[in-house]
Design a protein around this ligand. Structure first.
Ligand SMILES: [Fe+2]
Length: 164
């Protein structure tokens, strides 16, 4: 291929529609009920070593995959791993407060509650220690959201969320 031909090949960027997440867990079948209970998900498929779950629209949004033991017999879930996965919720501040209360009642470990300027975050962990965030958007114009996030450098300030 000569340079002239190369320069004529247009760059290709993906146009992402939706996303899904696959997580290594110790036991997908033991963990799936937590996802049904706490995140309100439905199991849509089961394999020998995995469970797929949906928030209700797509065939799956999160897949739980059995982690294999490494040479030391420990589950190999990687050293550098997911920081958190954010779930934008429907509703108001009161809904976020009710979700906070639900997490506390179910003894789900809550990591922190934060003000991000474009919304509020409620962070918690699943039974395998993966961190999730319920995110309440307060800025509903996406362009304004980008502008604010950049202007304030994506802040993560403590927010005193009252559970209901
Ligand atoms: Fe987030």
């Amino acid at each position: 291929m000569n340079t002239n031909t190369q320069s004529q090949v247009a760059d290709v960027k993906p146009r992402i529609r939706r996303t899904h997440l696959a997580l290594f867990v110790a036991d997908p079948f033991a963990t799936a009920p937590w996802y049904e209970d706490v995140l309100g998900m439905q199991v849509t498929a089961r394999g020998e070593k995995w469970v797929f779950l949906s928030f209700g629209q797509k065939h799956h949004d999160i897949a739980l995959i059995q982690a294999e033991p490494n040479a030391q017999g420990q589950l190999d879930r990687g050293v550098i791993n997911l920081q958190h996965y954010g779930l934008e919720i429907e509703g108001s501040m009161e809904d976020l407060q009710r979700l906070y209360g639900m997490l506390l009642r179910k003894n789900v470990p809550v990591v922190k509650t934060t003000d991000h300027k474009v919304g509020y975050g409620l962070y918690f962990t699943d039974p395998d220690g993966h961190r999730f965030e319920f995110f309440l958007e307060t800025v509903h114009d996406d362009e304004e959201g980008k502008r604010l996030l950049g202007q304030y450098n994506a802040p993560s300030d403590h927010f005193d969320l009252q559970p209901l």
